[in-house]
Design a protein around this ligand. Structure first.
Ligand SMILES: Cc1cc2nc3c(=O)[nH]c(=O)nc-3n(C[C@H](O)[C@H](O)[C@H](O)COP(=O)(O)OP(=O)(O)OC[C@H]3O[C@@H](n4cnc5c(N)ncnc54)[C@H](O)[C@@H]3O)c2cc1C
Length: 359
């Protein structure tokens, strides 16, 4: 181990590990990644790993299509698989919202992806394996090549590729403070040791919020939100079924192997402490089941297996932040995955590295 690095990355989630890899692959900088628990112990570890193209803004569609190419060729490029399973993906939305996403659909098509709009009747017929009733005022947008990947395998692949390129990683080492002098980063102080560096990347997920508060930011750049996940027995045939997001219910789901399915719901929560292991209460489990039973009647409390939940950092526009803070020279913040960060991380990471190169 050195005690001096060109860049120190704080956080070993998908943002931190992807940046670690790109930094070592495309620059000659010496990099260290510090993770306070185990790699992937934050939002990334509890993520469903959904990979889809259609998002709420053109910018996000641009990022998701570019990131998709990376997931598609992951093993060839990074050297280990990311566990991509192309189940197909459909989004259910209100018909009245269709005009607002015409440009998004066109961008995705222009990038060479197959994406089509189906009427509710056509979708119910095509995805009859889910036995879902869909009202006539809804539209279903189907992406043929999307699905899900494995967030933990993806992070470990980035990490191991970065280490083989000469990067250093320390797990169970908490960064306690970012040391500054005359408004510039000069190092980080951790539970293991202090490291000198002119550049720190804050990729601490919801922990980023607390760092920024310590650095004097009064206006929080992030909101913490809790995402609930339940696992259910899938009593029907025809696995795997397409991965889906029902925007009208705020519900998403996918096949989880062994005749199980994963269903998720985002809940606003005011008091979330990053250091407390989030747990799923019976009340929330019941709510998830109630919402899910509106999606398909076979989802009942009887087929509930278990649940878990995770916390993610959301920005106000849900697009995340990749920016050098003007007030502290050498501090790049890369956080705010806003419930969609896994699938977008390759592009966020490349963008962050281009900022560091030009810095
Ligand atoms: C339940 C759930 C389901 C989701 N499903 C999807 C999905 O299907 N598809 C999708 O694209 N996105 C999904 N997301 C969103 C996505 O997973 C997140 O946006 C993304 O993983 C955030 O990655 P990150 O690296 O910014 O943060 P994290 O994964 O939280 O990583 C931050 C890391 O920093 C570490 N850390 C914090 N403080 C310190 C410190 N002081 N010193 C050292 N280390 C520190 C933490 O331990 C943590 O490991 C989901 C999120 C959740 C919670």
């Amino acid at each position: 181990m050195r005690n001096k690095y060109d860049v120190v990355i704080i956080g070993g989630g998908i943002f931190g590990t992807a940046m670690f890899y790109y930094l070592l692959k495309y620059t000659s900088k010496k990099a260290l990644l510090l993770e306070k628990r185990r790699i992937c112990s934050g939002a990334t570890g509890s993520s469903g790993g959904f990979i889809r193209l259609l998002h709420s803004s053109l910018n996000l569609c641009d990022l998701s299509t570019k990131s998709f190419d990376e997931f598609n060729q992951f093993e060839k490029k990074i050297g280990m698989p990311c566990g991509l399973v192309k189940t197909g993906f459909f989004t259910i939305d209100s018909y009245k919202n269709l005009p607002a996403i015409e440009d998004h659909l066109q961008l995705i098509k222009n990038r060479g992806f197959q994406i089509e709009c189906l009427t509710s009747r056509e979708a119910a017929r095509r995805f009859n394996c889910l036995e879902m009733p869909i009202d006539d005022d809804k539209v279903v947008i189907y992406e043929k090549d999307s699905g899900y990947a494995d967030p933990i395998r993806t992070c470990k692949a980035y990490l191991s590729a970065g280490v083989s390129l000469g990067g250093d990683v320390l797990e169970n080492v908490e960064v306690q403070s970012i040391v500054t002098k005359n408004g510039k980063v000069i190092g980080v102080k951790s539970s293991y040791s202090s490291f000198e560096t002119p550049c720190a990347i804050l990729a601490a997920g919801v922990g980023t919020y607390d760092f920024l508060k310590i650095l004097g930011y009064k206006e929080p750049k992030f909101i913490k939100k809790i995402i609930q996940i339940g696992f259910y027995k899938y009593p029907l045939n025809n696995l795997p079924f397409p991965t889906f997001l029902d925007k009208t219910l705020g519900l998403y789901g996918r096949d989880y192997g062994d005749n199980r399915c994963l269903l998720g719901l985002t809940e606003e929560s005011e008091q979330i402490n990053d250091d407390q292991e989030p747990h799923l209460s019976m009340k929330v489990a019941r709510k998830l089941t109630n919402v899910a039973s509106k999606f398909a009647p076979w989802i009942t409390a009887k087929c509930w297996i278990e649940g878990r939940c995770g916390i993610d950092a959301y920005t106000k526009n849900c697009e995340g932040i990749v920016e050098f803070l003007p007030e502290v020279k050498g501090l790049l913040v890369c956080s705010g995955g806003s419930g969609i960060g896994f699938k977008l991380a390759p592009e966020y990471a490349k963008y962050a590295i281009s900022k560091i190169e030009n810095y």
